[in-house]
Ligand binder design. Structure first.
Ligand code: CTP
Length: 215
């Protein structure tokens, strides 16, 4: 099987020296890539800027901003059997990128932001999609309700939800997994590499089930 995995944050440029980003470490996505490789699968890892070494023998694609990640995912998704969008893509980017460094000015100033394209949603609603599509939901409140809403809105097969206060920048996480057919599964707090191995098994199992249904 081939896994496409996105990981890490994106950086949305403001000018040549500044950007908007978030605290995603990329650890969960890299752990899933590692677990899939260990289980004998092929991995295309599309990563934003992180302080991690890509696992050996991945097809590794390094990107910086959300537009680059969008293009890389769309270019490679059809080569995958399972696409796992773990990256913390910025929801907004500056409306204009200044080609020169913005100088300090006296008093307040505001930055106009526009929405980025939602990569998961754009794949979810593709009519010809053949691969299993997994999204992540990082929440601080109403975890389960928000995660169900994301699954329906983005039309994916599985949402892996976590409370950001537990998982962000940490080596451990606690997961709630929601399936399109209404099933749910919980995995209690554990190291991210243990969770990654469990997730790979769960994704393969779902992919197998959806193949059998289509036959
Ligand atoms: N995602 C994406 N493209 C974006 C934003 C998010 O593909 N522009 C994906 C993420 O990779 C993740 C899922 O959507 O798999 C959910 O991301 P999250 O940030 O939790 O959800 P949002 O849709 O951004 O909603 P909100 O920030 O309001 O919770």
């Amino acid at each position: 099987m081939t896994f496409l995995i996105t990981a890490g944050p994106t950086r949305e440029p403001i000018d040549p020296v500044r950007y908007i980003s978030n605290r995603s470490s990329g650890k969960m996505g890299y752990a899933i890539a590692e677990a899939a490789l260990d289980a004998g699968h092929d991995v295309i890892l599309i990563s934003g800027p992180v302080n991690l070494t890509p696992p050996r023998s991945t097809n590794f694609i390094s990107v910086s901003n959300s537009d680059e990640m969008f293009d890389a995912v769309h270019q490679h998704a059809d080569s995958s059997d399972i696409s796992v969008l773990c990256a913390a893509v910025a929801d907004h980017k500056p409306a204009q990128v200044s080609p020169v460094k913005i100088k300090k000015r006296a008093g307040e100033f505001s930055l106009e932001l526009v929405p980025t394209r939602d990569i998961l949603q754009s794949l979810g609603w593709r009519q010809d999609r053949k691969f299993l599509l997994v999204g992540f939901a990082a929440e601080t409140d109403h975890l389960e309700a928000n995660a169900w809403q994301k699954l329906r809105k983005k039309n994916c097969d599985i949402i892996v939800a976590n409370d950001v206060r537990v998982g962000m920048e940490s080596d451990e996480n606690e997961l709630l997994i929601l399936f399109r057919d209404g099933e749910t599964k919980r995995i209690s707090r554990a190291p991210k590499n243990f969770l990654a191995r469990e997730l790979v098994k769960i994704f393969l199992n779902s992919q197998q089930k959806s193949l059998t249904k289509k036959m």
